[in-house]
Structures are given as structure tokens and as C-alpha cells.
Write a protein that binds this ligand. Structure first.
Ligand SMILES: *[C@@H]1O[C@H](CO)[C@@H](O)[C@H](O)[C@H]1NC(C)=O
Ligand SMILES: *[C@@H]1O[C@H](CO)[C@@H](O)[C@H](O)[C@H]1NC(C)=O
Ligand SMILES: *[C@@H]1O[C@H](CO)[C@@H](O)[C@H](O)[C@H]1NC(C)=O
Ligand SMILES: *[C@@H]1O[C@H](CO)[C@@H](O)[C@H](O)[C@H]1NC(C)=O
Length: 410
């Protein structure tokens, strides 16, 4: 009798633990961003595709949400998930003691980063790198609704800067235009994977300023990328002490940028996108601004050239994390790893794919095209360390290396 009782209690305990493991795995299955084989195939294309306006690859959900859109429940689940995802995270690296110190909801201040660049310069890839951090809220492009323009000052700059600030403070009130635009352009939201996990079941959640504000406040890391705002305007954001913002300026060879833009329908009607002299005037302005801001805030601005990121994704991405005071997590390492070591179709590796991508323009553009861009861009190219091609045979020769070292000086 006693033995039988023991047998039953062992069965019961076993069953219970199986149940607990099953229940637990619902939370932990997707704790880390682990791309499947299928998604690695997509990831492989990131560097190739760079930053599309409408056709970037669909990001994978990081925590598929299954239930009804009960807002309080979503918030509670998310709180738990962020905590679990960062259970082994070393917060000392990020200059605080515990998670709550980085949560707006708990009166803390998140680690905020802003990527400043322009169309077709590799921001999609860099944005995805930062979004591999568990607990990251990816604000993506807050200025999509400004359309294809560069913001260099008034009248657009006030609105643009207040939108960016509002978002970084997780205050989405008075942003009707942003939400109206998003209703018919869902890609405004779907790069923010942790928000999209919920919106994809009920789109209205993404259009709800109250929900978005509350949800945003649960995340310790807040990243954003912007391709429509020039660097000198970022001064105002850096001056905001509470924001404690870190800025990454992503620069790319104008010949590569213009080649890539050729295939974009959104680009041609817009002078800011289509005319190399405007792109390169902005590059000069960014260079001057970078010098000034680095002098004023040496630890809050980092400059990355797209070509170097593509040639050395691992070391560049690690430098970026160090600059942002973020600990590399396994999801981050895995993402970078999948860019540098995976075989592609059994022939070449992603490493080779990414090495060739930044210089594809050399094979695609005619020398006349290249010369036209170089004429408009000579000064910008000198400043940012891009060498000229002197003639057609020089352009085609193996010896021609478009990159040379550069230095931002004040
Ligand atoms: C956390 O990081 C700090 C500073 O980077 C280091 O001194 C400390 O040893 C780390 N703690 C653990 C548990 O790894
Ligand atoms: C958001 O909250 C405010 C104040 O609590 C309320 O007046 C408003 O109706 C809410 N908006 C939505 C879309 O729920
Ligand atoms: C990537 O870079 C980091 C830091 O520079 C280094 O520790 C690590 O070994 C590198 N990983 C690979 C696969 O090269
Ligand atoms: C092309 O440019 C290279 C490098 O400046 C030069 O050595 C070569 O003579 C030029 N060729 C022609 C045909 O002008």
C-alpha cells in the first residue's frame, strides 16, 4: 500500500515537473533572438539590401503573443519577459546597478542611442544589430511621414526634434501625424519587433498612443535610426542632459549611395535623394558638425563608415556596443556570427558577400556615372577618406582601393 502510494506520488511529481517545464518553455523558448535557418537566409541579405524604404526584410517576432489584447496583461507579461531576458546581464557595464535603474516606469533612465544617416547607407543592418539586444525598444524611423526630404533646419526641424525627443521619453502624445501615417504604412512599426509582437495580432495597439507610451517605458534600451535629419541639428538632443543620448553617424561612399538609390522609385522625384551635390553638401555639413560635437561631447558621438562595417562586422559591432556601454549578449553574438561565418549556397561565405557589397558600384556604374558623382562630391570624399577613380581602367583595376584612412578634425 505504502509502495503503491509512493509510486503514485512519483508519477504525480513527474507529471507536474513536465507540466512546469512545458509552461516554462513558453516563456523561455524565445528568450533570445535565435534566428532559424530560414531567417538566417534573410539575415544574409541585410547587408545586401541595406535600408529600404518599403521592402526591407520582415523582421522576426521575438515573443509571439497568443492571447487577447488585454493591455494590462501585455504589460505584465512584457515586464516579466524583459526581466527574464536580462537575468544574466551585467548592469555594471551600463553604469547602473540593476534593471530598474534603466526603466522609465521605475523612475530610471534608459540607455538611448540614435543612428544618424541617409537613405541607402546601411542603417537597416546597424539598426538590426542593436535590436538583437534583449530589452531593446527600436523606434525605427520616426520621420517617415516627412516623406523624402532632408531636414537641415526650420521649418521642419522643430517638429522633427520634438517628435524624436517625445519618443525617447516614451511620450507619444500629440503625434497624430506619426500614427496616421503608420496606419497605412505598417512598416513604420514592424521593425520594432517587441512592439510588433503584439500589434501583429491587433494592429490598433500600434496606433494607440497610450498603449505605446506605457509599453515603451518597460524597456531599458532605446534605439532609433533616422535618415532624414542632419547631424548639426542633433546638438539640441545632446544638450538635453536628462536624455543622455549617444549618437552614431553612419557614412557611406557617395558613389555606393547613388548607385544603390538608382533602383529606388521613391528616390527619383526627390532632389534630396536624387542629386549627388545635395548628398555631398550634407556630408560636408555632417563632417563639420561631427568635429564640433566630438569636441564638445567626446564620448557621445561615434562615426562609422559603412564600408568598414561591411568589411569587419564583428569588430565594428563590438566597438559600437562598447561605445554604448552595452554588454554583448548571446543573441548579439549569434547575429554577428551569422554574418561572418555562414556558408552561402555552399560557395562563398557571408563574409565574402558583405566584403563585396560595399564596392559593387565599381562594377555597376559606368565611369561617366562615377565621374559625374566625383565632380559633385570631391570635397566630401576628401574629408571622409574616399579615393577618386581617375579613369575607366583605374576604376576597373584591382589596385584601386576606394578607401583611405580619415580623421574628423575640429
Ligand atoms: C560586470 O562588469 C564589471 C565592469 O565591466 C566588471 O568589473 C565585473 O566583474 C562584471 N561582473 C560580472 C559578474 O561579470
Ligand atoms: C488616452 O488616455 C487619455 C487620458 O487618460 C484619454 O483621455 C484618452 O481617451 C486615451 N486615448 C485612447 C486612444 O485610449
Ligand atoms: C569578435 O570580436 C570580439 C571583440 O573584438 C572578439 O572577442 C571575438 O573573438 C570576435 N569573434 C569572432 C568570431 O571573430
Ligand atoms: C588612368 O589612371 C591611372 C592612375 O592615375 C594612370 O596611371 C593611367 O595612366 C591612366 N590611364 C589613362 C589611359 O589615362
Amino acid at each position: 500500500m505504502l509502495r503503491r502510494l509512493n509510486f503514485y506520488s512519483i508519477c504525480f511529481a513527474f507529471g507536474l515537473s513536465v507540466l512546469l517545464i512545458l509552461a516554462g518553455s513558453r516563456y523561455t523558448d524565445n528568450t533570445n533572438y535565435r534566428p532559424s535557418t530560414e531567417s538566417r537566409r534573410n539575415i544574409r541579405n541585410y547587408l545586401k539590401i541595406e535600408d529600404g524604404e518599403n521592402n526591407s526584410p520582415q523582421p522576426l517576432p521575438t515573443n509571439p503573443y497568443d492571447g487577447s489584447p488585454n493591455i494590462e496583461k501585455i504589460l505584465e507579461k512584457t515586464r516579466t519577459k524583459v526581466k527574464l531576458d536580462l537575468i544574466n546581464y551585467n548592469f555594471t557595464t551600463s553604469g547602473v546597478q540593476k534593471l530598474e535603474d534603466l526603466l522609465i516606469e521605475s523612475g530610471g533612465n534608459p540607455i538611448r542611442s540614435l543612428i544618424i544617416s541617409t537613405w541607402r547607407s546601411g542603417t537597416t543592418f546597424l539598426g538590426e544589430v542593436l535590436n538583437t539586444m534583449p530589452g531593446n525598444f527600436y523606434h525605427y524611423e520616426p520621420l517617415l511621414n516627412f516623406n523624402i526630404v532632408q531636414i537641415r533646419g526650420p521649418p521642419y526641424s522643430d517638429k522633427a526634434l520634438s517628435t524624436i525627443k517625445g519618443m525617447f521619453y516614451c511620450n507619444f502624445n500629440n503625434m497624430e501625424e506619426y500614427f496616421e501615417y503608420g496606419k497605412v504604412h505598417l512598416h513604420q512599426f514592424n521593425h520594432n519587433t517587441r512592439l510588433w509582437d503584439h500589434c501583429k495580432y491587433k494592429k490598433e495597439l500600434c496606433f494607440d498612443a497610450n498603449f505605446t507610451s506605457k509599453f515603451c517605458k518597460l524597456f531599458p534600451f532605446q534605439s532609433m535610426k533616422v535618415v532624414r535629419l542632419r547631424l548639426r541639428l542633433v546638438q539640441e538632443l545632446l544638450d538635453d542632459k536628462q536624455l543622455n543620448l549617444k549618437v552614431v553617424l553612419l557614412i557611406r561612399d557617395p558613389r555606393g549611395v547613388m548607385q544603390s538609390r538608382k533602383h529606388r522609385d521613391f528616390c527619383k522625384p526627390a532632389p534630396d535623394c536624387w542629386r549627388p551635390e545635395l548628398l555631398c553638401a550634407d556630408m560636408i555639413s555632417d563632417y563639420v558638425a561631427a568635429g564640433r560635437l566630438l569636441q564638445q561631447y567626446p564620448n557621445r558621438l561615434m562615426v562609422i563608415r559603412y564600408e568598414e562595417l561591411a568589411l569587419n562586422p564583428n569588430s565594428t559591432a563590438h566597438k559600437l556596443l562598447k561605445f554604448l556601454k552595452l554588454n554583448p549578449t548571446s543573441s548579439f553574438e549569434e547575429f554577428i556570427h551569422s554574418h561572418t561565418t555562414l556558408d552561402v549556397a555552399g560557395v562563398s561565405s557571408t563574409f565574402r558577400v558583405s566584403r563585396e557589397v560595399p564596392f559593387r558600384w565599381k562594377n555597376v556604374l559606368s565611369f561617366n556615372n562615377v565621374e559625374e558623382i566625383q565632380l559633385a562630391c570631391k570635397d566630401a570624399m576628401d574629408l571622409w577618406g574616399y579615393r577618386m577613380a581617375h579613369n575607366a581602367s583605374h576604376l576597373a583595376s584591382k589596385e584601386f582601393n576606394p578607401l583611405e584612412p580619415f580623421k574628423v578634425t575640429q
